[in-house]
Design a protein around this ligand. Structure first.
Ligand code: PLP
Length: 402
């Protein structure tokens, strides 16, 4: 038994912070190493050919080739499974590798995906540009309207794809309700929970079948690795594992090691980011140069009630529209001194982007309008700086645009 697992008969299940530190990476009994090593090896040696066959066929435990699996990668998969409350997880070379591989494993030509309109730009491009070429149709629906989602289902729908909170609109969808509607039709629900993290939200406990993350973001947390994860039942992860092996988007062992290290501090980082984002959102809401603030923790956010019910924290992401359209947003972003103007999110540094210039650049103006993304929208990933310094920085940058 892992020394840190809950003892048999122990009443209290261990907490999430303990799991962040210990799950998946027990002390190595042979060396006493406290930290899981990087098994930076592409291949593994065998006694004889029968040994290879036994491991490849699953008769014996072991490692064959790092595209199939690797001990460091498996350690991070075990930690993510524990944090998500999943039977198993798979680690990928990026969030998009995770998303595309799980979808290709679960959906066939002639079948349909129902997806919400407000999505990360890369996922939107996968649905718009890649899947139709493969005979997979995608129907977009307003994820905040359960009836609209229900109307979108067709007999050939296989997957309902959700992202909550959504990038960059910060809309929150009712995962429990939508998963129930999907399950009643034999449709699998996949939730991209990147913005929420397992500290704030557990999609599988809410009824979803699969949870995906861009591990590049909060899970790793230090803007130094590109990674993705898929968590689900053993039956579903077995199906996805086969596709990962063939499509090849597996996580590199060094990336897995960085992700393992980042995950150890996930809960403290996210708890602080939750608090700072709330303070920054409240400051922005009271500023005359700001038109709308999108943060699910604010009482007037359209999905505040559902966010309160299904999340244990509102997250470190927010977005807002400034006065003066694109020029206003651009002037603001260029004047920041503490926050950096950079794509990505979830790291220790506060990052600001204008989604029209980055994550949603490849959408047409009509597609952006439908997804709720205006030219004046600024997305903020709140880091670990002192929130007073962030407020001062934002105040100075906003003063420059009015
Ligand atoms: N999902 C969300 C919500 C994202 O914001 C991103 C990237 O920004 C991705 C998925 C894709 O992740 P990656 O860049 O690791 O491929």
């Amino acid at each position: 038994m892992d020394k840190h697992e809950t003892r048999p008969g122990q009443a209290r299940k261990r907490g999430l912070s303990t799991a962040c530190v210990h799950a998946g990476n027990p002390v190595d009994p042979s060396t006493g190493a406290l930290v899981t090593p990087v098994f930076q090896s592409s291949t593994f040696a065998f006694k004889d050919p029968q040994h290879v066959v036994d491991v490849i066929s699953g008769k014996r435990e072991g490692n064959v080739y790092t595209r199939h699996g690797n001990p460091t990668v498996r350690a991070v998969e075990a930690k993510v499974s524990d944090l998500e409350g999943a039977a198993d997880s798979l680690a990928f070379s990026s969030g998009m590798a995770a998303i595309s591989t799980v979808l290709l494993a679960l959906v066939r030509s002639g079948e349909n995906v129902v997806a919400m309109e407000s999505l990360y730009g890369g996922t939107f491009e996968l649905f718009r540009d890649v899947f139709p070429r493969m005979g997979i149709s995608v129907t977009l629906a307003d994820g905040t309207d359960a009836e609209a989602v229900e109307r979108a289902f067709r007999p050939e729908t296989r997957v309902l794809y959700l992202e909550s909170p959504a990038n960059p609109t910060m809309r929150v969808v009712d995962i429990r309700r939508l998963s129930e509607l999907a399950r009643a039709r034999g449709v699998l629900t996949i939730v991209d929970s990147t913005f929420a993290t397992p500290v704030n939200q557990h999609p599988l406990a809410l009824g979803a079948d699969v949870v995906v993350h861009s591990g590049t973001k909060y899970l790793a947390g230090h803007s130094d690795v590109v990674a993705g994860t898929v968590s689900a039942s053993a039956e579903l992860t077995d199906a996805v594992r086969g596709f990962r092996k063939i499509l090849g988007g597996v996580m590199d062992p060094h990336a897995a090691w960085l992700l393992l290290r980042g995950l150890k501090t996930l809960s403290v980082r996210v708890e602080r980011q939750n608090r700072s984002a709330m303070e920054l959102a409240t400051f922005l809401k009271g500023h005359f140069a700001v038109e709308h603030v999108h943060y699910p923790g604010l009482a007037d956010h359209p999905d505040h009630k559902i966010a309160e019910a299904q999340m244990s924290g509102f997250g470190g992401m927010l977005s807002f529209e400034v006065k003066g359209g694109f020029n206003g947003a651009s002037g603001f972003a260029s004047s920041l001194r503490v926050a950096a103007l950079a794509p990505s999110l979830g790291g220790v540094e506060t990052l600001v982007t204008l989604p029209v210039t980055t994550s949603h650049y490849w959408l047409s103006p009509a597609e952006r309008a439908k997804a709720g993304i205006s030219d004046a929208l600024v997305r903020v990933s709140v880091g670990l700086e002192d929130v007073e310094d962030l407020i001062q920085d934002f105040e100075a940058a906003l003063a420059g645009i009015v």
